[in-house]
Design a protein around this ligand. Sequence first.
Ligand code: UN1
Length: 498
Amino acid sequence: MSTFVSLNPTDLSDVVTEVPAAKASDIVDAARRAKEAQKAWAKMPAPARGRVIANAGRLFEKNKDTLSRLVTREMGKVFREAQGDVQEVIDTCDFFLGEGRRLYGQTVPSEMPNKNLFTFRKPVGTTLIITAGNFPAAVPSWYIIPALLTGNSVVWKPSEYTPAISKAMTDIFHAAGVPKDLLITLIADGKETFKGMEQALEQGLINKVGFTGSTEVGRLIGSKVGEYIQSPLLELGGKNPMVVMPDANLELVLDGATFAGFGTAGQRCTSLGTMWLHEDIYDRFLAAYASRIENEKVGDPMQDVLFGPMIGEKYADSHEHNLKMIAGHHQVHGSTGVGRITASNPRNGFVGDPDKGVFVHPTIVSGIKAGDELYYTETFGPLVGVGKFKTLDEAIELSNGHGFGLSSAIYTSDPNSVWLYREGVSAGMVSINNSTSGAEAHLPFGGNGNSGNGSRQSGIWVLDQFTSWQSMNWDWSGKLQKAQIDNEEVPHNPDFTI
Ligand code: UN1
């Protein structure tokens, strides 16, 4: 039997867990069981489902410290961020436990007497949720919690890099009262997952696919799901811009760009892609940013560091590959080397032993221009581009021209720039004087263009992903009243003038 072994990326000799690798047929079986389990769950009153979500929230709170430690151990983000990852699960439970008592439909007036119109939300059915390793707790919860609350079942395929975290999460949901077959978690590779998804769709076992990951895979999933007349929930890549106007508070920008670019080792879909600095502050800010990043601590994620290891070897390899996009007209800043941090390619002030884990140098690449490969490629690692602009119009064009549209930020003290940027930028999310990353759990989360198909997660907006509207009309007049045809005209004088 083949298995997945997950290793601690801070210390590769620490085996976190080993789990069986699921096959396509396991995914189909799971979807069949989940479809069966959904029937009774959908009949349960929504407020009762809300109570189950409340139980889950309490259990996540009780287990926050243990789960956060596991997040740091298995995935490598610094402990403070791991706590944030788990807190976002709790926040999502807080939001949706009350939704069980709302899930509002509408009463709508009819054009006929003695007739009433209504709308109801109906669960879509069985969902297949495929998530990435960078937010192993928060992002899955953005799918699982609203999907369950609205009466659906879930087959969850988490990242192969975080099986222990996803098992712990699943156990918590089950302990909270979620029936076993209503949430089934399987670890499979991409190929088997895709095959399983296709077969489950073919057999009518799945009604919604949710996917967080690369644009490339999102495109494959989107086209396949489209063949079955379904629209997936897609949360894909980003090349998130941060525009700095000359009137910005540069101390604030420094903090924002440090966290946005290098928090989670740049492995957030909301991580900073390219900073666009107004020409008047370009040299000054670039020097300050380079020196800040040079002096930040990198290393053991349980210590006080800016960032820890990459999620795993694959992510470090892809970072090294991305470094090849650095061209002759670029300059490199931010560390004592580029690529892997090792004893022979050291980082000043590294915390811990770099040779034990998967660590890479932070890299700032200045001189970015619109035509560069680095301008339009998502890098998903501690690599930040810096470029220059003259006018706000130009900054807006640079913010949009790569075709992604997830997160964006502008730093300015001028409200006119704020409103013009908000209107002009194509991203689904805009931060004003704040990092591109760190979205709150109850605002719509998602992107446009290469970042997504316009679907949104979180808050009330995700309800439209996991429910479909059913309209009902009830004619109690005792006769057939034909809409648009049998309507009474109110007598009036069309020629009247005063
Ligand atoms: C992701 O990287 O897929 O806004 C999600 C943020 C986090 C979520 C990131 N709350 O940075």
